[in-house]
Every structure is written in structure tokens, then in C-alpha cells.
Design a protein around this ligand. Sequence first.
Ligand code: NAD
Length: 334
Amino acid sequence: MKIFAYGIRDDEEPSLRNWKKANPDVEVDHTDQTLTPATAKLAAGSDGIVTLQTTPYDRESLQILNDEGIKNISIRNVGYDNFNFDDLADFDMKLTNVPVYSPNAIAEHAVLMIGRLLRRIPEVDVKFDNGDFTWAPTVGKEYREQTVGVIGTGHIGRVAIQMLQGMGSKVIAYDVFHNEDIEKQGLYVDSLEELYKEADVITLHVPLTSDNAYMIDEKAISQMKDGVYIINCARGELISTDALIAGLDSGKIAGAGLDVLDHENNVFGQKWGSIDNLPDPKIKNLAERINVIMTPHNAFYTETAIRNMIEISFNSNKDLIEGKIPDTLVYSKK
Ligand code: NAD
């Protein structure tokens, strides 16, 4: 049995080595390149491929894999919207994903962003860099004084709730589907409007769907408390950047923690030398603010998450090759 892996980064190599050691019956080869028509032939002779990329999986690449008799594809991430299922159907290919690799990674990131904003750490860092070792005026706020509104109580939102409760925050939550445990705790509010009205901090943990694009717009922000903090470690398109900038300008929004941004591909993943060189004026506007914490969509990026992404995707691919149906299956014609 042979598996070929695309887009393997240096930080994934140790986990990949461990998986190979635990699965000596599987021959594994890999490249750091993504799957394109130019690289598809590298997988020749393999029974399946493991891959990770944010760009679309084009039909031509899949055609080449199909011509090589490769029908089993396993991605190392959650989202598979960059596959065209009609192509997968035409080539009778099976696809698996990694539905959950570490909710804690993203939840921790969000909770840390809240803490950094509450304790005004970016301002303290600037003072420190300038040799200013005084306390004032960077007085902070405590988690236990905050009502945190968690939007989305799935895998990540629920871990975030536990962490926030551990820090002493009062948590309220909103989700279109109610989780039993969160329901029992009586955390749900009936509407987003209610959550906006009551929360000192709002953190987003919902997927982007056709219904909720730019859900945090001018109207939503106008319903929030004065001095609200907004955290987005979910998807950039959930927030209108124009509305966010206006809210920060007016002081309605006291600060924001953003791991994802609308049009983030304009800037994320590249080294710009300085914020001054960012080509997207709206993102530059946000990045220049001391009360905006920005990270390059790396909330997921922990050793644990990487290990799980490798292990689960390779196990799934091995299962597919052996004719088993892993519970990570997201597409199969039959
Ligand atoms: P999940 O599917 O376990 O939970 C999502 C929850 O959102 C579900 O409970 C669902 O009922 C709810 N929901 C869906 N649409 C909603 C809406 N319109 N309003 C209210 N609730 C709604 O997903 P998860 O694993 O918790 O991940 C949440 C999101 O986090 C993902 O969809 C993804 O966009 C994002 N994410 C970001 C990173 C990162 O590195 N920043 C990594 C992984 C996931």
C-alpha cells in the first residue's frame, strides 16, 4: 500500500515520521508542493493521497490522479469547499476530512485574545519597549467582571465556554441548534439581539454560511453595549470590516481580536516587512490600531492540532484503501 502526501510543511514532518513508524506496512512519499496539474503525476503508483491547501482542487489535477488509478483522497483539514463534488462523482473518488483536530487550540486563542485586550497588553508592550515601566494609564479589566457572549456552541464554542467559566466570566450563548449541556446550564439567550445587548465581549465560533455572511454589520454593532470587545477566530466574512472600523473609530467597540479577516488572502501567508507595506488599506487600518490584535489565521496552529491532522488524515486514507468506510468520510458516490 502506498500513500502520497501533498503540501507537507516542515512542522508536520515529525508527526509524519511517527505515523510511518507506527504503520510500517504503508509506503509513504511526500512533497511540500500542493496538488496541481504539474504535481499530480508525483502520486503515480500510489493508492491514495493526503493533501492540504486553501486553493481549489481543479478538475485537471483530479483527472490526472484518476488516470493513475487513484480514487482515495484525504484532506488534513476540516473544510472541503474547495472540491467540486461533481468532479469527485465523475471520477468516482472518495474524500475524507479531519472534522475535529483540536477545538482547544482555537478556543484558547480566542480566550487569550480576550485577556490581552482586557489587560491592554499591546499598550503595555509599547510602553515597555519605550522604557516606560509605570502602571498608569493602562489599567485592565478582569474576566470575572465580563459577560461574554459566545456565538456558536459547537466543538470550539463549548471549549471556549468552559475556559471562560474557569476564568470567572458570566457566559451567555447563542446557537441555531441547542447543545444539551449548554441548555442544562441555562446559558442560551433566545436571539442574537439579546446577546448583543448583554455581552461585554462577543466571540464568534460559527461556520460561515449563506445566511450569516457579514452578520456583524452596522446594525448589529449598534445593538451592542458601548465599549464592547469583538473576537473573531471563525471566518473573516462574518464581520463587515467597514462596520468594524466605524465602530472602533467611534469608540463603540473598545477593541477587537481578529484571527480571520474579510479578504485575508490579500495579506495573510506573506512577509510584508512592515505593516506600512500591507496592500489592503482596510486591513492596514485595523493592523495599525493598538486596540486591535491580529493573528494570521493561526488559531489552529499548535503541535497537538498538527499531530491530529496528520494521524487522522493518514488513518482515514489507509482505511479507504483497505475498503473501510471511516467516520471521516465526507464524499462517496455510493
Ligand atoms: P462546529 O460545527 O462544531 O460548531 C459550529 C456551531 O455553529 C454549531 O453548533 C452550529 O449549530 C452553529 N451554527 C451554525 N450556523 C449558525 C448561525 N448562523 N448562528 C448561530 N449558530 C450557528 O464547528 P467548530 O469546530 O466549533 O468550528 C467553528 C468554526 O470555527 C468553523 O466553522 C470555522 O469557521 C472556524 N475555525 C477556525 C479556525 C482557525 O484557525 N481560526 C480553525 C478551525 C475552525
